[in-house]
Design a protein. Structure first.
Lengths: 143, 408
């Protein structure tokens, strides 16, 4: 599935929620259900700065695609990280770099998360795009 | 007056308390971060800009003199509020952080040399750590730390043993912003003075909860911020003993702080102007004056009494829920409760509590070393003011129960 399709799918899912509590219950369920990362990758160097909770993001690269795994010590954050992984993992560096990220507004996460918190979300996306940029540079050096 | 607190009618003085967030009535429990402002303060500031604005200590014209008088009257008012010996000992700053930095940059640089020690405690706000750390780095001096007990109290025996012939200054908080602990500062000052060591008290969380008498405490410096005292942001106070302030070099250079300026040599103005370079924040000084008048009308004792009732009520209600760990269970506490809901990250709890219209703080509260001391990444902090009510506490309890339900 293309990045845009996944984003549209997520926007659709979030439209079903009538109130904030349903939305957060969904994020909590996502956050609880998923072991997202191997413990050995929960390292200092995989920590994303700018989040009130700790977020680890690990990337690997094979067959031209980037795979992301992640975790957080806060459940809601983990739910949000899961959304990002659903969107970005398994795509090429170029697709990730070009992806639009306005969906955060559409699913009402920015309006419901205060600036410092949504900066955390912004930091996560920035980090994902940075990884993509690094792999893209690597690709062009190798070709 | 006290019944205005118990009945909650005092809330009518605070316009913001009538607003809603997320469609729910705002419950404001982040008073240790900043307090809300009564309309008396807001009106004093706007009246100043509408009718009285002029630069101070400059012109002979009517408005300038009127502004100067009003500005200097607040200085006298602050001196009386702290029971300082005279108003020359009151320096207007931007806030507590600015006050501490002023002392570090002037007094600190003057007295600290290589190998010397500055003593702080493990419960200090970053504002009472970092300026001293920077000074120590510059002077090759050492920062020493008084440990904190599990209940959140200072280890006074350790304090005594840490005060030695190399100690140049003890800088300590009056009330912990994270734990609520009220430190026995009068005794601490006496302990330090018995060894000839001066003491700076960080009063950012002190002045709003209890009467402060700097002569009785005998501290050498006392700092506080206007915005945590129901006054405006961007204004603060440094009290210093006159004899020390006179010995200290100036802080920033500029207008107002000078006596005579030539390109060869400049002589400095006398106290307190020596430490107030540039045009001061006149409007917010006026606002601070209005805040102090307002608080004096209510009576700081009344405020402390009601807040301590709220603290007891909230603590016992939270205890009834169960599964809560408290941080800061000192015998003497201001109305600050730091806690964690067992097994739930404070960020997760904070997001849900916020959506229920309740403003609490989650995180490290600018006290990362203290979080390390307790081995946690942060807490949920509810800090109460005299305008809070029991029913608002009931609201918080409901929110905490909701959090427990959602993350179970």
């Amino acid at each position: 599935m293309e990045i845009k399709e996944t984003i549209d799918q997520i926007i659709g899912e979030f439209e079903n929620f009538d109130d904030w509590m349903d939305k957060y219950n969904y994020l909590i369920d996502m956050g609880k259900a998923l072991p997202l990362i191997e413990d050995k990758y929960k390292t200092e160097s995989n920590l994303i700065v700018g989040c009130q909770s700790r977020v680890w993001l690990h990337s690997s690269y094979s067959d031209g695609k980037i795979l992301f795994t992640a975790d957080s010590d806060a459940v809601i954050t983990k739910g949000i990280v899961f959304l990002l992984i659903r969107i970005f993992s398994g795509h090429t560096p170029a697709e990730i770099i070009d992806a639009q990220t306005e969906f955060i507004d559409k699913i009402g996460l920015r309006e419901h998360l205060s600036p410092t918190r949504s900066n955390g979300l912004v930091s996560m996306i920035k980090q994902i795009k940075l990884y993509a940029l690094a792999y893209k540079t690597q690709e062009s050096l190798e070709s | 007056m006290y019944d205005k607190l118990t009945s909650g009618t005092i809330r009518q003085d605070f316009p913001i308390l009538g607003r809603q967030v997320y469609g729910k009535p705002l419950i404001y429990f982040d008073n240790a971060a900043t307090t809300q402002k009564p309309h008396q303060v807001i009106e004093a500031i706007s009246k100043y800009y509408y009718e009285d604005n002029a630069n101070v200590h400059r012109g002979v014209h009517y408005l300038s003199q009127q502004a100067t008088n009003a500005f200097e009257d607040v200085r006298k008012q602050v001196a009386a509020f702290l029971n300082a010996g005279n108003s020359r000992e009151i320096i207007f700053t931007k806030g507590t952080t600015d006050s501490i930095n002023l002392v570090a940059a002037t007094f600190g640089r003057m007295i600290v040399n290589e190998g010397d020690e500055i003593l702080v405690s493990a419960m200090e706000h970053h504002a009472n750590i970092v300026p001293w750390q920077m000074l120590c780095e510059e002077k090759k001096a050492h920062l020493k730390v008084i440990p904190v007990s599990d209940s959140g109290e200072l280890d006074l025996e350790a304090l005594v043993s840490l005060l030695n012939y190399r100690t140049r200054l003890l800088a300590i908080t009056h009330v912990s912003n994270t734990l609520g602990t009220i430190n026995p500062v009068k005794e601490i000052v006496a302990m330090a003075h018995s060894k000839g060591i001066p003491v700076l008290l960080d009063g950012a969380q002190g002045v709003s909860h209890m009467p402060v008498d700097v002569q009785d405490l005998d501290c050498d410096f006392y700092c506080f911020s206007g915005h945590k005292l129901y006054g405006p942001m961007g204004i603060g106070v440094l009290y210093g003993k006159e004899e020390l302030l006179n010995r200290m070099p100036p802080y920033q250079g500029g207008g107002e702080m000078i006596d005579q300026v030539t390109f060869e040599k400049t002589t400095y103005n006398e106290l307190p102007y020596k430490f107030e370079a540039g045009t001061p924040n006149v409007a917010d000084v006026i606002g601070l004056g209005a805040a102090i008048s307002y608080l004096s009308d209510i009576g700081v004792e009344n405020i402390g009494k009601w807040e301590s009732e709220l603290l007891d009520y909230a603590t016992s209600k939270l205890k009834q829920i169960g599964g809560i760990t408290f941080y800061g269970e000192a015998k003497h506490k201001a109305s600050v409760i730091s806690f964690l809901i067992n097994g739930i990250h404070p960020y997760d709890a904070g997001v849900i509590i916020d959506h229920m219209g309740i403003a609490v703080r989650t995180g490290t509260h600018c006290t990362q070393p203290l979080m390390d001391r307790f081995g946690i990444s942060g807490t949920i902090r509810a800090s109460m003011a005299f305008y809070n009510t029991r029913s608002e506490i009931d609201g918080l309890i409901k929110a905490v129960e909701q959090v427990k339900k959602m993350f179970r």
